[in-house]
Write a protein that binds this ligand. Structure first.
Ligand code: SF4
Length: 337
């Protein structure tokens, strides 16, 4: 069911007239069919062959939050491994899908549940695309569409660079899913070669960097990868990226109680972030174990300090905490509420 190679898919059309592949893509990405039998434009024999050799059903277990704004799915891959994908429905009609790029993650950030389960493997291109197709079909039933895709689920997208970009190209392709490039965001812990490669792509997608601490000492405690890619290296890469692309870079900062949320931290952060195309996104921490979230008053004060120093700041509110679908909570465990 999952992750048959796309080339294999195209090969199934080798003996068909050229327009058949286009018809199939339209049925798959535009009409959002769930089974090839629904592709009325294709001959019956081809539909049967496709169902046999390239089935498109996606079986998943769905969890919906109490406020109905967040839906999480647990998808089982062809080798039995599991991943999670999250849909967040915003009040302003945006429907954002938070996509996973790896099964697990080996970077072991101390605040993240995914990091605790270790690393299994990279996701293939089609396994990434299918996460989006699942929710596109789901939203179609309520006459809604996917409006944004963020690579903030399980895994570090730049450690699976080729497949992540491959999936984005299919999802962005006019003959594919046809979602505008500006509606994609990749969130990285700051893998510098990934940032450098992305700057050279002709794709106008958004870049987010998880900073979470304003100095190397604290950041290395929270994110061991900081020893390889310390703050200065990351900011240099971000500056080069901005020079090449003229695009903004978002720096994510999880607010953890009594750890990275003091006035001193805010002032140091402001010193790093006061650049024209930088902006900071403050995120309430979703408890996954040892840490606690900052009080909202503390976050307010932190935000004010940054703003007073001329830093652009936004604040992201929690989504899907009750179904463990919030940032850093994805572990692909079965059988939870
Ligand atoms: S925060 Fe991201 S990079 Fe860090 S362990 Fe979790 S999934 Fe991996």
């Amino acid at each position: 069911m999952f992750s048959m190679d796309l080339i294999q898919f195209q090969r199934l059309f080798n003996k068909e007239p050229r327009y058949r592949l286009e018809q199939a893509k339209k049925a798959l990405f535009h009409d959002l069919i769930q089974n090839w039998q629904e592709a009325a434009t294709l001959p019956l024999s081809l539909r049967e062959e496709l169902n046999k050799k390239w089935p498109i059903e996606i079986s998943a277990k769905t969890f919906v939050s109490k406020d109905k704004n967040t839906t999480k799915v647990l998808l089982t891959l062809k080798d039995g491994l599991k991943i999670e994908t999250v849909l967040m429905c915003h009040k302003d009609k945006r429907n954002t899908i938070c996509v996973s790029s790896q099964v697990g993650c080996y970077l072991n950030c101390s605040f993240c549940a995914t990091g605790k389960i270790g690393f299994e493997r990279n996701l293939e291109v089609w396994e990434i695309v299918e996460q989006v197709l699942f929710f596109a079909r789901y939203l179609k039933k309520i006459k809604e569409k996917v409006t944004n895709i963020v690579f903030m689920g399980m895994g570090e997208p730049f450690l699976n660079y080729q497949n992540v970009i491959g999936a984005i190209k299919i999802l962005n392709d006019k003959e594919g899913f046809n979602l505008g490039a500006r509606h994609f965001s990749i969130s990285t812990v700051g893998i510098v070669d990934g940032i450098e490669k992305l700057a050279k792509e002709e794709l106008q997608i958004n870049l987010a960097i998880s900073l979470h601490a304003p100095n190397d000492e604290l950041r290395s405690k929270l994110m061991p990868i900081n020893k390889k890619y310390p703050i200065k290296k990351i900011l240099n890469a971000a500056d080069d990226y901005i020079k090449k692309t003229r695009r903004r870079v978002m720096f994510e900062y999880i607010m953890i109680k009594n750890l990275n949320d003091s006035e001193e931290h805010a002032k140091t952060l402001a010193g790093l972030m006061k650049k024209p195309l930088y902006f900071v996104n403050l995120i309430s921490y979703n408890p996954t174990g040892i840490f606690k979230p900052s009080f909202s008053l503390r976050i307010k004060k932190f935000k004010e300090i940054l703003e007073k120093k001329g830093v652009m700041v936004t604040q992201r509110y929690r989504f899907g905490e009750d179904i463990e679908a919030a940032c850093g909570q994805l572990v692909a465990k079965d059988g939870r509420k």
